[in-house]
Design a protein around this ligand. Structure first.
Ligand code: HEC
Length: 101
């Protein structure tokens, strides 16, 4: 029994280590503060689409498209300035956060 608990704790730690490498959820939550007005407090959507639960890779690629000035959807002109100031780390962290919701 004791060994099982230790094994589970170790597995949890390894999983956390992988997630932190891909993007930091807490840092992403902090960076997401400027997005709340349009995407909702829990990324459930509002003026902008729902982000909660979308795949990390999708969020990263869309934010990079906005940043690069590509037309993504009909309201890209509203979203592009928001992505312009995000660093690669911000994007990875925000994607980790919204995927965790
Ligand atoms: C002024 C309102 C506004 C703010 C603030 C805003 N967004 Fe958006 N966002 C939008 C709109 C509108 C769209 C849809 C744009 C389009 O049609 O291409 C969008 C689209 C997106 C998409 C693509 C979603 C999809 O499913 O296609 C992502 C990802 C995104 N926003 C992330 C963010 C992040 C991260 C922030 C904060 C840094 C943010 N947005 C701030 C309005 C906003």
């Amino acid at each position: 029994m004791k060994n099982t608990i230790i094994a589970l704790a170790a597995a949890g730690f390894v999983t956390f280590g992988t997630a932190a490498q891909a993007g930091d959820v807490d840092a992403g939550k902090a960076a997401y503060a400027t997005c709340v007005g349009c995407h909702g407090a829990n990324a459930e959507g509002g003026v902008g689409p729902k982000l909660a639960g979308q795949a990390t890779a999708d969020i990263v690629s869309k934010l990079n498209d906005y940043k690069a000035g590509k037309q993504v959807g009909p309201m890209t002109s509203m979203m592009a300035p928001m992505a312009a100031g995000l660093s690669d780390a911000d994007i990875a962290n925000i994607a980790a956060y919204t995927a965790s919701l």
